[in-house]
Design a binder for this molecule. Structure first.
Ligand SMILES: [Zn+2]
Length: 873
């Protein structure tokens, strides 16, 4: 072949560049295998140390710590871009911030920022740790862009800063990889982890982006709300094995009403480029408008309410890293958007079945990532301009269209939850203010100190979404046809879920806007201790329970009021807590006070309130091995409220001295067959999950006998959701040779009501509470509870030594507070929470999850009071 002078020069130039990049360690050399190889996985630590090495070897990569996980592991972003951009990150970050938050830029300023700015593209990988592909592909993506000499890719890096969070869930990644490697080569290779792949919440880590309860999620949320303000975000997941191979946006209906059209259009642009590029690469089975909707906030994509072009991708799974063979007859579709596994507008090139490997997932991930970076590069100017346009439009809307403000009075049933809500909104990047004088608006008087959230802010869609009441957008597949059902829950209103009063103001007021003081830093209503030395914690405040348990934990004496106490203008309800300070424990006393953000009461030492010592009950929390997220959330609540507990697995019942060890046994929401046998049940048939046989165990008959014996000896049983079924029908107590059969005086109506049309996918409904029962201490007369339409109780007149009390009732009509429900009046005037007794044993059954995803603070006290019920002697 004849070489021209030009090609020779080019070859020399490329040779020179290649030589410069040969010092970049390839993943295969570092890990000892090519990422994506069958049955080979590296750990989180290995991945980070590889990225650290690339950070040293390449001027295109910078690793930065962004926070810590719930189990204390450091979390990182790897910034991947051109050498120039990496050297200029601070200046670029300032541009991002201006574009995101400054509505006053003039055209020339905006033009300049758009010229100088880069698209920041955040990718969060494998938050669901069992979905290993994206995090394993991360090493290849980083290496490819650190070492590429391809002119096109280099030009993408000139325009784009790729911000890769190599694992959104490092704790889970460590657990999954370790467990997989332990079982490699055994019959249980690829078995599911027999616990949640996170300290607490497992898969529900993608349901936490409103409440921000988990440390790893807070680290990710800070990136979009406080520190980097990326314009584009993608979360990378895997889905089932036998459906389409890959999902890219757009999502299916319903879509969020508050998110502007432009965001969805841009999401579609990225999706369409991915579908096109991946199909050109010969990757079949890419689907769009399928399964996933864009309606509910709470996933990592919650940033689309904050003007970020955010979306997810999903690859078909293998068995962790073990390949699978899918018979063509096994291919199927579910959910919405595809009714047949056939070539169609939502899946143009179906995958035909056969072997599917980790290497395939990695290949699809690389193609998808390249396409997203390329698209961000192609539209750099438009995307940067769009971000600032969103900011300006939202601020303008907030000034021209109601609602204009949400106002939260300081005077609340539970002021502690007001404080928590204010701090949560600040974490979300929302500006809050206090009134510096009285203002009258729409016939209501607002007082100095009340909290104001104006809607004229860049994150207006978010504020409106979380502060208003949810109305589900009813859409149908065909006119008058079947309703498109929601993918997840339908209610998340932060004030309603917390029983915090919030007024939506639809009139603009100059007087109000001239009376606002910014809330700066952490918000607190705590005042320095007065003269008294007895700390009084009002029972109406959730945080009082936290402080009381904390005080016990720190070694202080805590008492509970047996009668309400009036001190000046303050009334402390029955059940309020009293903590006695102790000079010998000054440090711990200060630690205790530091954790109080509401205004407690103080009374003098001489006062002798009618109180009794608070005993810490010995609590067993029942958690199954099967990714038991509801139990995980309960552990989270207990840990964060300093409530001591022991996890009890169902199969441990038979060998545990339950009545000698515990006072309270708590069953979160789990299927009865799973609790009893460890097996799942569907349509009357039992089936085995993907777990190692060591864990497929339940209470069995012997364990349940132990549980009944526990109750017979005065134990307290709390259960909610499906677990309540354990106690329906004929039960039996064994006392030596003697056996007694009995029945608790209740029935679950929900299966019949569901058949007759009641449907509640996860909504907030009204609950009326009785006033004179220990379970309702500190509760208002009515709250909203989070219901999924089951169970729903009817009690009956008790026989013999059983008893019952209906603690909470769904009202006769107008039940729905927020979200979707059909034929909800069918549950009107039924029991939602019942207390029952058999001999000395007490049972509390909840028809709702009182701690649902740590987001239903209105009902928390119904749980705490249950834990603190007195044993019957
Ligand atoms: Zn996932």
């Amino acid at each position: 072949m004849k070489r021209t002078f030009l090609t020779l020069l080019l070859a020399l130039a490329i040779g020179g560049m290649a030589a410069q990049q040969t010092s970049i360690t390839a993943p295969a050399d570092y890990f000892g295998f090519e990422p994506g190889t069958d049955r080979k996985l590296f750990t989180y630590e290995k991945l980070i140390s590889y990225l650290r090495q690339l950070d040293e070897e390449s001027s295109r990569i910078k690793l930065e710590k962004i926070g810590e996980t719930p189990m204390g592991k450091p979390m990182y972003i790897a910034f991947i871009s051109s050498e120039e951009n990496i050297g200029n990150l601070d200046a670029l970050r300032k541009i991002n911030r201006e574009l995101a938050l400054n509505p006053e830029l003039d055209d020339a300023e905006l033009q300049k920022l758009v010229e100088q700015g880069r698209v920041f593209l955040l990718a969060t990988l494998s938050m669901h740790a069992s979905e290993v592909g994206p995090a394993q592909a991360a090493a290849l993506v980083a290496h490819e862009f650190a070492s590429t000499t391809d002119r096109k890719k280099l030009s993408w890096l000139d325009h784009v800063v790729y911000m890769m969070v190599p694992s959104h869930n490092p704790d889970g990644m460590e657990m999954i990889v370790e467990y997989y490697n332990e079982h490699l080569g055994t019959p249980y290779e690829g078995a599911s982890l027999p616990r949640v792949y996170h300290k607490y919440v497992g898969h529900n880590n993608n349901r936490d982006f409103l409440s921000l309860t988990q440390e790893d999620n807070r680290a990710i949320s800070r990136i979009t709300s406080h520190t980097w303000f990326p314009q584009v975000m993608v979360e990378k997941h895997q889905m089932g094995s036998t459906g389409t191979r890959y999902f890219v946006p757009p999502n299916h209906d319903p879509i969020a009403e508050n998110v502007p059209a432009g965001i969805f259009q841009w999401i579609g642009v990225f999706g369409q480029h991915m579908a096109t590029d991946m199909t050109l690469d010969g990757l079949s089975g890419v689907s769009q408008h399928y399964l996933f909707d864009n309606y509910w906030p709470g996933s990592t994509e919650t940033c689309i309410w904050k003007n970020v072009i955010g979306f997810l991708t999903e690859a078909a799974s293998v068995q962790t890293a073990t390949p699978i063979y899918v018979e063509p007859t096994e291919l199927r579709v579910g959910g919405k958007g595809l009714s047949e596994y056939k070539k169609s507008t939502n899946m143009l090139m179906p995958w035909e079945g056969g072997w599917w490997r980790l290497g395939d997932i990695v290949k699809y991930e690389l193609a998808s990532t390249r396409s997203i970076i390329k698209t961000a590069s192609i539209y750099r100017e438009e995307i940067l301009g769009f971000r600032n346009r969103m900011c300006r439009e939202q601020v303008k809307l907030g000034r021209s269209e109601p609602p204009y403000y949400y106002i939260l009075p300081l005077k609340q049933h539970d002021p502690g939850e007001l404080v928590n809500l204010v701090n949560l909104m600040q974490d979300h990047g929302v500006d809050l203010f206090t009134l510096d004088k009285e203002v009258e608006l729409e016939g209501r008087l607002y007082r100095e100190g009340d909290i104001v959230i104006p809607l004229a802010q860049p994150f207006r869609p978010f504020i409106k979404e979380v502060m208003e009441t949810q109305e589900f957008p009813e859409r149908h597949y065909t006119p008058g046809g079947e309703l498109i059902r929601p993918y997840d829950i339908t209610s998340w209103s932060l004030p309603l879920h917390r029983h915090v009063v919030s007024h939506e103001v639809r009139t603009r007021s100059e007087s109000l806007e001239g009376s606002l003081e910014p809330v700066a830093g952490s918000f607190s209503l705590f005042e320095e201790p007065g003269n008294g030395s007895l700390l009084l914690l009002p029972v109406n405040i959730n945080e009082s329970f936290r402080v009381a348990f904390h005080a016990l934990h720190l070694g202080f004496e805590v008492e509970r009021l047996r009668q309400s106490l009036t001190d000046g203008e303050s009334v402390y309800g029955k059940g309020s807590f009293l903590v006695r300070s102790d000079n010998r424990k000054q440090d711990r006393w200060e630690e205790l006070l530091e954790g109080i953000h509401f205004s407690p009461g103080w009374i003098g030492e001489g006062a002798e309130p009618d109180s009794e010592p608070l005993q810490v009950p010995r609590i067993a929390l029942v958690e199954t091995h099967f990714h038991d997220m509801d139990a995980g959330w309960t552990r989270y609540i207990f840990d964060s409220y300093h409530i001591p507990f022991t996890v009890l697995h169902p199969e441990q019942f038979k060998e545990t001295d339950l009545s000698g060890t515990f006072d309270v046994i708590l069953f979160p929401d789990t299927d009865k067959p799973v609790l009893m046998t460890g097996k799942q049940q569907s349509g009357g048939e039992y089936y085995l999950g993907s777990y190692h046989s060591d864990f497929v165990k339940g209470m069995d008959k012997e364990g349940f006998e132990k549980l009944m014996e526990f109750s017979d000896r005065g134990g307290i049983i709390l259960a909610w959701g499906r677990s309540g079924r354990l106690f329906e029908g004929i039960l039996k107590i064994k006392r030596g040779e003697e056996e007694e059969e009995f029945q608790l005086p209740f029935r679950d109506l929900s299966p019949d009501l569901a058949k007759s049309g009641l449907y509640i996918p996860g909504s907030l409904v009204k609950l009326d509470l009785v006033r004179d029962h220990p379970l309702t201490l500190g509760m208002p007369e009515q709250i909203g509870v989070f219901s999924r339409g089951r169970p729903i109780f009817r009690t009956s007149v008790p026989l013999f030594d059983t008893d019952r009390r209906v603690i909470g009732t769904y009202p006769e009509k107008d039940l729905l507070l927020s979200g979707y429900a059909s034929e909800e009046e069918k549950m009107g005037n039924t029991a939602a929470i019942i207390w029952m007794r058999k001999g000395r044993g007490q049972f509390v059954l909840y028809g709702f999850n009182p701690q649902f995803r740590a987001s239903t603070q209105a009902a928390f006290k119904l749980l705490f009071n249950g834990l603190l019920l007195h044993r019957m002697e």
